[in-house]
Every structure is written in structure tokens, then in C-alpha cells.
Design a protein around this ligand. Structure first.
Ligand code: ATP
Length: 343
């Protein structure tokens, strides 16, 4: 449904060329949800704005539903854009219009009759769960409700594609979850194809089928959510995955941790487990093979794309040589082991 081919975009800034996107190719099959994740300045907004040509790439092809937008005349481009809805972090509602009138706005612009507008707006508020807010103004709505109005407004013209530009970044975690589950429901019920950009792995984890990881204007890794979570290839993807697992060293341990081994202290390890290893009894194996007592301090397991993964803080208590051998054994099982210090 969306096929970006070799997209490059540069900006001129004070006489210098800033390469925002470098030879990016990305496909979003019909009915799928793809998330592009990257840190600030990676080029995510520029990329998503290239999909509807709000930003025109310097080179490359932007195919939407079988049409290369780069080759369309202005009038055909306007028509093609009706197929592409977009929602934003700051909702972009018209403050002087009620919920009804905000949602009706694009229909008014396309000269839809009043009776049809009324029917469609009623359908849309039902879909996004805002039937009791038709006469409210944006100022009287919560962030989540404003985003629901924005979603209803963008769905008014029945787009096949929905672009989401950090649509949940301004929302608290529980509102984020409810907006993401609304997007997932719309994807299932209407078959709408979604491309979203975010800097949060939690967002990707909750609703995406595929992930693309961006860094400095390049796509450095892409694949299904399950493939990337079970076997992240780049350091950045690993970091995003860890950031979605929230595990802190307890204060008591932080106070007594040392960087160098000391008499009576033992290694404190962070183990990142994913893919097949997650179902192997590796911790009991190392207890048996290396005579290690394993003192688990905290652990978090999670699911994404049908794959189980997790992170654990644990203290290995054994002789120094066996502690080292046990760590090597874990690494051989594709567990990422980080030595945090000695406690
Ligand atoms: N209109 C512009 N003029 C000049 N440079 C720009 C423009 N828009 C973006 N850039 C530059 O392009 C690069 C990518 O920016 P972009 O906003 O796409 O990144 P991002 O990943 O969306 O970041 P953030 O998450 O902070 O919004 C940055 O170096 C930015 O400074």
C-alpha cells in the first residue's frame, strides 16, 4: 500500500547541506501497521511527511496504492492525498469549532451535502467513542479525547492509509494505551494501513506488525516485531528494546556496588533474554554445571509480536573461576550479559 523507494531528502541550512533522509526504502503492505522508531533528529518526521509529499523528496519514488505521487500533477496529487489521513502529536483541532464541526470540516471542504455530513459525523463519533461530546469545544476535552476527534476527522474521507506522527507522545501512559488500541481496532475493522513514527518502543510493541529502526537519516534495521525483539542486530534496536523493559538497580545495591571485584563480593549481572533461549532452563543449568547460586533481584518478562523476551538482574554467587565460566556459558546461549559491578 505504501512503497518508498530510495528516498533522499536534504535541507539547506546556512549554506550547508543537511541530509535528513539517505536512500530510504520502506514498504507497508495493505492492512499492516508499521512503526518507524528512532531518536530525536533521526529523520522520522521528515520521512512520514514525505509519504504525503508535505515534504518533497529530492529523489526517489513514493508509491501509494499503486500510484507514484512524485509523478502526479497538482490536481491528481490533491485527489490522491484524500486517501492518506494524518494525525499529529498536538492534534491540530480548530479551537473555535465544536467536535461535530471539527469532524465535519474536511467533508465541508469537499462539498458534501449537510445530510450526508451529519450521518458520517455520527458514524465517526460512534467509532471513536465520543458520542456524548459532539457539542463540546476542544478546550473542554482531555488530550485523549482531542486525539479521538483528530482521528475521526481524518477518517471522514475514508482514507486507505493513516500516518501517525508521534500521535501519543503528548498523552499519559493509560491514554496512550487507549488511543493505540483504538488505532488497532480501526486497522482491523476498516482494514486501514498505518505507518506510525515514534521514539517509544512501548508504542511499537503494542500495535505494530513490523518495525523499522532509523538512525541519522538511514534505516538501519527492519523486520517483523517478533524478529527484531527476538534477535535485534543493531545496538540501537537493542537499546530501544531495553528501554521498554523498566528495570532499576535497587538503591540498597547501588550503595554497595563496586566496579572492581573484592573479597566476599560477587558479580551483579543484567541478563537480556530473548527468542528461543527464553524457554531454556539456563539458570538451573548454570547452577548445576558451575555450582553457582543464583540470587535473582528483579526480573521482567514481556511479549511482543508473539515473542517472549525479558531482562533480569541477578547476583551470581560461586568461586571466581566458576562465576566467569558461567558468564561465558550464558553468552554462548545468546544471552546478552552486562556486568554491572560487584555486590
Ligand atoms: N525544514 C527543515 N529545515 C532544515 N532542516 C530540517 C528541516 N526539517 C528537519 N530538518 C533536519 O532534518 C533532520 C531530521 O529531522 P526530523 O524532524 O525529521 O527528525 P525526527 O526523527 O522526527 O526528530 P524528532 O523526534 O526530534 O522530531 C534534523 O537534522 C533536522 O534538523
Amino acid at each position: 500500500m505504501i512503497d518508498l523507494k530510495n528516498i533522499t531528502k536534504t535541507f539547506d541550512h546556512k549554506g550547508k547541506k543537511n541530509i535528513a533522509l539517505s536512500n530510504i526504502s520502506l514498504s507497508v503492505p495493505e492492512g499492516k501497521i508499521v512503526g518507524v522508531i528512532g531518536e530525536s533528529g533521526a529523520g522520522k518526521s521528515t520521512l512520514i511527511r514525505c509519504v504525503n509529499l508535505l515534504e518533497r523528496p529530492n529523489s526517489g519514488e513514493v508509491w501509494i496504492d499503486g500510484q507514484n505521487l512524485m509523478e502526479l500533477s497538482p490536481s491528481k496529487l490533491t485527489a490522491a492525498r484524500k486517501n492518506i489521513g494524518m494525525i499529529f502529536q498536538h492534534f491540530n483541532l480548530l479551537s473555535s469549532r465544536t467536535v461535530f464541526d471539527n469532524i465535519a470540516f474536511p467533508l465541508e471542504l469537499s462539498h458534501t451535502s449537510k445530510a450526508k455530513i451529519k450521518n458520517r459525523v455520527y458514524e465517526l463519533v460512534e467509532l471513536v467513542g465520543l458520542t456524548d461530546k459532539l457539542d463540546s469545544y476542544p478546550v473542554n476535552l482531555s488530550g485523549g479525547q482531542k486525539q479521538r476527534v483528530a482521528i475521526a476527522r481524518t477518517l471522514a474521507s475514508n482514507p486507505k492509509v493513516l500516518l501517525s506522527d508521534e500521535a501519543t507522545s503528548a498523552l499519559d501512559p493509560s491514554t496512550t494505551r487507549s488511543i493505540l488500541s483504538l488505532l488497532k481496532d480501526l486497522n482491523k475493522e476498516l482494514g486501514i494501513t498505518i505507518l506510525l513514527i515514534t521514539h517509544e518502543m512501548d508504542v511499537v510493541k503494542q500495535i505494530c506488525d513490523d518495525i523499522a529502526v532509523m538512525n541519522r537519516g538511514k534505516l538501519i534495521e527492519q523486520g517483523s516485531v517478533s524478529a527484531i525483539f527476538s534477535n535485534p542486530k543493531t545496538e540501537l534496536a537493542q537499546r530501544f528494546i531495553s528501554s521498554s523493559l523498566h528495570l532499576e538497580i535497587p538503591i540498597d545495591y547501588q550503595k554497595r556496588i563496586t566496579h572492581m571485584p573484592e573479597e566476599g563480593k560477587h558479580p551483579l549481572l543484567k541478563l537480556q533474554i530473548s527468542g528461543n533461549t527464553v524457554d531454556e532452563p539456563v539458570l538451573s543449568e548454570i547452577s548445576r554445571l558451575f555450582d553457582i547460586n543464583n540470587n535473582i533481584i528483579s526480573a521482567q518478562m514481556d511479549y511482543a509480536g508473539g515473542v517472549k523476551f525479558g531482562v533480569m538482574l541477578t547476583e551470581f554467587i560461586g568461586t571466581i573461576s566458576k562465576e566467569i565460566a558461567a558468564i561465558e556459558y550464558l553468552k554462548s546461549k545468546n544471552i546478552k550479559v552486562t556486568l554491572l559491578g560487584y555486590v
